[in-house]
Design a protein around this ligand. Structure first.
Ligand SMILES: Nc1ncnc2c1ncn2[C@@H]1O[C@H](COP(=O)(O)OP(=O)(O)OP(=O)(O)O)[C@@H](O)[C@H]1O
Length: 595
């Protein structure tokens, strides 16, 4: 019931369908009660007194009742269907909205397959129950109440004797529910594990094939598939155990009625017509009781699915706006970023950055260098407020970013990551992803700056080429260039290049960087790179080791002192060692200017 209560917001808005569906079902049920009475009338008042002229009228009445009942059932189905689909629609959208608000911390652990199964299989179980199951349970109650009342009005003693087995039936049904619910919960989880396995396998198919691990994947899938099968068999066992018992107990009522009712008719304390009506009415009670297992089953599936869907809807959002969060935009913001003694650790981990201080005035370029895992990307994630900083502060133009509207902050920032995600859409749409109302000329201009225009024009459909999931069909460098164009077109206050040119060759990197120079003018830029050549023009280069700043300064200052920066330089420019304190490229530049 708690699940129903918590989901009220979704179905209550559609209550007109809910009530119409229930009303039509009640009409159909009430009309069904006319049958036994017509039967009783036919035997006791028409056949026994031999008034056969009443038979045609009676027959037409039956046809009328049947037609009307059928119509009511149709309307019940119609309204129920509408209700279920509208509720599922609302919930699907609600879940999708929630997925957009959930923070990076949630996605660090989330499993795509599990989420997919919540949005599909679980929603389907909820749609079924809200659309039909709920009304049917109500109908069952009504049938028992109406049928019982009518039986009591005919012969109350016989009614009580006949229904003596009902408490036993109810007890068995409750036990059944208790056993089947955990089984369904496990089944839903097993289903989600199965979907996760399929999803991961399809997404990682290249890795699987490259490592020839198909058989490993098959056995991994078999284990999960078997777990699902075991759960299904378990549920079927419970079903097989309880259903015959419920059926037996229900049929016992019919046997008791036949014996006691028969004796009453023989003793003339019950009319034959009443006995036949009684026999027909008993199925009004036994029928729904029989279906009790099915309804419980339906309800239990709904409950298990509802819990999973609610689990997602109630998921804690780690990063959210405070009340009266400050909106920032390109006009109001200058882009002065400061990290003030920031220490941050991911949940259950040692700090990824420790006591970090960075001052990036408007328009400056900050380079971040360090071994893998030294905390470079974490700095960027913190600036974008992917995670909340608990120790120290990050400010934008002097305002703590925790006081800023998260979306408006992120709109100011354009990141290019090492791994590029492209949507299955045209290249044009992929480039224009971060902005609205953009002209084809702007798209082309951004593509030219990122050195993507030429290869795009070589594609058969040019900018209209659809790139598949994950940008299949394009090389890593081509995808990266599209990602750079996507960032450039955003005209950001803060530009982030997180190993943005790692997938392109040196020559292309040079060309892209020429484009960057134009683009970086007036914007605060953070560059993460492993190549010194990408960082050498930065206003300040910060060298990190295990989350600590170990060196900082300009390129010239850093190569002039011993330390990891110079070591990295010497490795990367082994063929061009330092000449007279000048690095290889500066020496080249100087040579060029004296010639
Ligand atoms: N989402 C995450 N959840 C938990 N720990 C994380 C997460 N992201 C990074 N870490 C950990 O934080 C530390 C810093 O990682 P980070 O990605 O910032 O390093 P990096 O310098 O950018 O590395 P790379 O050059 O390989 O990209 C590492 O120990 C890493 O394992």
């Amino acid at each position: 019931m708690d699940v129903l209560r918590q989901l009220k917001a979704f179905y209550w808005a559609e209550r007109k369908f809910l009530f119409s569906s229930i009303f039509c079902l009640m009409c159909a049920t009430a009309l069904g009660l006319v049958y036994p009475n017509l039967l009783r009338y036919l035997i006791d008042d028409v056949i026994t007194p031999r008034k056969f002229e009443l038979v045609p009228t009676l027959a037409f009445t039956v046809v009328g009742v049947v037609s009307f009942k059928g119509f009511m059932q149709f309307l019940h189905g119609f309204f129920g269907g509408r209700l279920g689909n509208k509720v599922a629609f609302r919930m699907r959208n609600g879940l999708y909205d929630k997925l957009q608000t959930l923070s990076f911390q949630y996605y660090d652990k989330a499993k795509t397959g599990d989420l997919m199964s919540r949005l599909t299989a679980d929603l389907e179980a909820i749609r079924n129950f809200i659309g039909f199951g709920f009304a049917q349970i109500l109908n069952m109650v009504l049938m028992i109440v109406f049928g019982g009342a009518m039986m009591l009005s005919i012969h109350w003693q016989l009614t009580l004797i006949t229904l003596v087995t009902i408490p036993l039936l109810a007890f068995t049904a409750v036990r059944f529910e208790k056993n089947i619910h955990p089984a369904f919960r496990e089944m839903r989880q097993a289903m989600s594990n199965l979907t996760t396995a399929v999803q991961e396998n399809i997404t990682g198919v290249r890795t699987v094939k490259s490592f020839a691990r198909e058989s490993h994947e098959v056995s991994k899938f078999s284990v999960r598939s078997e777990a699902y099968q075991t759960n299904q068999v378990g549920a079927a066992k419970i079903w097989a155990k309880y259903f015959p018992v419920m059926e037996l107990v229900a049929n016992l009522s019919a046997v008791i009625l036949l014996v006691t009712g028969g004796i009453l008719v023989i003793n003339k304390s019950l009319q034959l017509g009443e006995f036949v009506a009684f026999f027909s009415l008993i199925w009004y009670i036994i029928g729904p009781m029989w279906g009790l297992g099915f309804h419980i089953n339906n309800y239990t599936q709904f409950k298990a699915s509802g819990e999973r869907v609610l689990g997602l809807l109630n998921e804690h959002v780690h990063v959210k706006n405070i009340e009266d969060a400050i909106e920032v935009n390109n006009e109001t913001s200058k882009g002065h970023v400061r990290f003030d003694h920031v220490t941050f650790n991911y949940p259950d981990k040692s700090p990824a950055v420790t006591d970090l201080v960075i001052d990036a005035p408007e328009g400056s370029v900050i380079g971040l260098l360090g071994a893998t895992g030294s905390g470079k990307s974490t700095i960027i994630q913190l600036l974008m407020r992917a995670y909340n900083v608990k120790k120290g502060t990050i400010t934008l133009d002097g305002i703590d970013i925790r006081n800023l509207d998260v979306a408006s902050l992120r709109r100011l920032i354009a990141p290019v990551f090492q791994e590029t995600f492209l949507f299955s859409a045209s290249i044009r749409d992929n480039i224009a992803y971060g902005v609205r109302d953009v002209t084809p000329e702007q798209i082309e201009y951004a593509a030219k700056l990122s050195n993507a225009h030429d290869f795009i024009m070589e594609l058969p459909l040019g900018y209209d080429t659809i790139v598949g999931e994950r940008g299949m069909g394009l090389s890593g460098g081509q995808k990266q260039r599209i990602a750079i164009a996507r960032a450039l077109i955003k005209n950001p206050r803060i530009l982030i290049l997180d190993d943005a040119t790692s997938a392109v060759d040196m020559e292309t990197e040079h060309e892209i960087q020429a484009g960057f120079k134009e683009l970086m003018a007036g914007r605060t830029t953070f560059i993460i790179a492993h190549r010194i050549s990408s960082l050498r023009h930065a206003d300040e280069i910060i060298v990190l080791d295990k989350g600590h700043v170990v060196q900082r300064g300009t390129h010239a200052q850093l190569i002039a002192q011993r330390g990891p920066y110079r070591d990295t330089y010497n490795i990367q420019y082994a063929d061009h060692p330092l000449v007279d304190g000048l690095d290889a490229e500066d020496a080249n530049d100087r040579k060029g200017s004296t010639v």
